[in-house]
Design a protein around this ligand. Structure first.
Ligand code: F6P
Length: 319
């Protein structure tokens, strides 16, 4: 292995830049060349890439977004697109590829590996939904962003004795909603992994008001339904008036937390080591505080674990 490529794909996540930096610096330290591929798999198909130096990744560890830009490529989902991508990798003398991204990006890298091109995945998504790793890059930063928003909304909710519904991202996963709801002291957390009971929610709101509570915060994960849909259910069901806040893409931005920067550095370095060892089709991650690499296919077949105890705790603490 003499030259490797690195790309970011799918929704950007804070910490991607720190991971790019780690990949480039570790690879150069090991005597490799690194090519940065712009705009994810679409840029790969189009040959949009350049050689990166130590200096190219200076002053980015603290920045959100991704220096390499990102995209969701429809063309790469076709066999023709995948073939073009492999031709570009070969034409540019690239021997292995580090893919930083979420679920769709991982599936892309599994396809490339299956077609004979070694790829290693670094989990970069605020959704925390990649099988085989306890945390993904960007999750901690997004979590802190959501908590800050909840705290601010609570101020105005209390001032007006209001119930607020806050819609949180996470695609089909409830991790961001659950963690933020627990940390933000939300009264109710609605996530795709657990069915909700409207009667129970209404009862809780009513008994809270009867006890003199000045506000209620309901977190709704986007994977269940939109905040406004939930608000109209609540209105129809119990005539409860609410205000809705959709946090949206604010959750994807901002300077990565220390935790995300450290994870990014560990993941980036490990990804280079995995490629140097000649392995493809693997992902790096963290399991029980240990940095690990593992077979991507097996992990995806097994699927994601969900922490039901944490959900249960969030209910116990918000009675
Ligand atoms: O996967 C990251 C994510 O932010 C999800 O939480 C969200 O559902 C999706 O991306 C939004 O995608 P887009 O930026 O393409 O609208």
């Amino acid at each position: 292995m003499k030259r490797i490529g690195v790309l970011t794909s799918g929704g950007d996540a804070p910490g991607m830049n720190a991971a790019i930096r780690a990949v480039v610096r570790k690879a150069i330290y090991e005597g490799l060349e690194v090519v940065g591929i712009f705009h994810g798999y679409q840029g790969l198909i189009e040959g949009n890439m350049e050689l990166l130096t130590l200096g190219s990744v200076g002053d980015i560890i603290q920045r959100g977004g991704t220096k390499l830009f990102s995209a969701r490529s429809l063309e790469f989902r076709t066999e023709e697109g995948q073939q073009k991508a492999i031709e570009q990798l070969k034409a540019n003398g690239i021997d292995g590829l580090v893919v930083i991204g979420g679920d769709g990006s991982y599936r892309g890298s599994m396809t490339l590996t299956k077609n004979g091109f070694p790829c290693v995945g670094i989990p970069g998504t605020i959704d925390n939904d990649i099988p085989g790793t306890d945390y993904t890059l960007g999750f901690d930063t997004a979590l802190n962003t959501v908590i800050e928003c909840i705290d601010k909304i609570r101020d105005t909710a209390t001032s007006h004795d209001r119930t607020f519904i806050i819609e949180v991202m996470g695609r089909d996963a409830g991790d961001l909603a659950l963690w933020a709801g627990l940390a933000g002291g939300a009264e109710t957390i609605i996530i795709p992994e657990v069915e909700f009971d409207m009667e129970e929610i209404v009862e809780k709101l009513k008994s809270g008001t009867a006890r003199g509570k000045k506000h209620s915060i309901i977190i709704v994960a986007e994977g269940v339904m939109s905040g406004s849909e939930f608000a109209s259910h609540l209105m129809k069901h119990a005539n409860i008036d609410t205000r809705v806040s959709v946090l949206g893409h604010i959750q994807r931005g901002g300077s990565p937390t220390g935790r995300d920067r450290v994870l990014a550095s560990l993941f980036g370095a490990r990804a280079v080591e995995v490629l140097l060892a000649g392995h493809g089709g693997r992902a790096v991650g963290i399991q029980n505080h240990q940095v690990v690499d593992y077979d991507m296919n097996e992990a995806f077949e097994k699927g994601e674990d969900f922490d039901l105890l944490m959900y249960q705790l969030s209910k116990e603490l918000s009675i």
